[in-house]
Design a protein around this ligand. Sequence first.
Ligand SMILES: N[C@@H](CCC(=O)N[C@@H](CS)C(=O)NCC(=O)O)C(=O)O
Length: 210
Amino acid sequence: MSRRILYELVSKEGYSFSPYVFRSKALLNYKGLEYEPKQLGFVQIHEQVGEVNPKKQVPVLVDGDDIVSDSDNIYNFLEKKYPEPSVPKGDLNFKDLYRYAPPLAMPKLLPLLKDEDKDYFRGKTEKAIGKKIEEALQPQVYEQNLKKWREATDKMSNLISDQSEITYTALQVAGVLHWISFSIGEEETFGNNKKLEKWFKDLKNKVKVN
Ligand SMILES: N[C@@H](CCC(=O)N[C@@H](CS)C(=O)NCC(=O)O)C(=O)O
């Protein structure tokens, strides 16, 4: 078998938390395709990923002679090269979840990262959210962000209804829940939304991503 490698982003404890990498790992596992994870922090991504992706971002999949970057491209590539079991696109609208996630998740992620990644990530976060990290963590600011997140997750749990099919948009939703759960903890991520929590855990079991 030719070599299959997935470049991924990890925390200081080696946990793969990226919402985009989640999609690719879930697809590979679901399709029964083995791979070697190449686990990198942000600084290591900048040093090592340029040779396979000029954008210096993960995920990147190396599959024999094929090199594919960007989670959506990896989805299209895997569906074409390994069509069974197929993962249809689906039609969940996940935009609000991705919109309200960064101000909530990014400030809380900082202490969980490798020490060498922290300066870079602080700059990236403060640019993305337009505030100092300390300001975003002030209780009233944080609560306001959590409130918006709750509204988005409540809407989402109505959309998923009893959907148990593995679709690509379902993986996109689960990816952001995976990222938020790592950053702020599962209890805070789901609040009283037991339906969404159960949906997420069932999906993670099916695609074997912890
Ligand atoms: N559109 C890309 C986004 C990938 C992306 O943003 N990856 C982040 C990790 S979550 C990254 O590699 N960041 C490197 C950096 O910030 O320098 C995809 O869908 O794969």
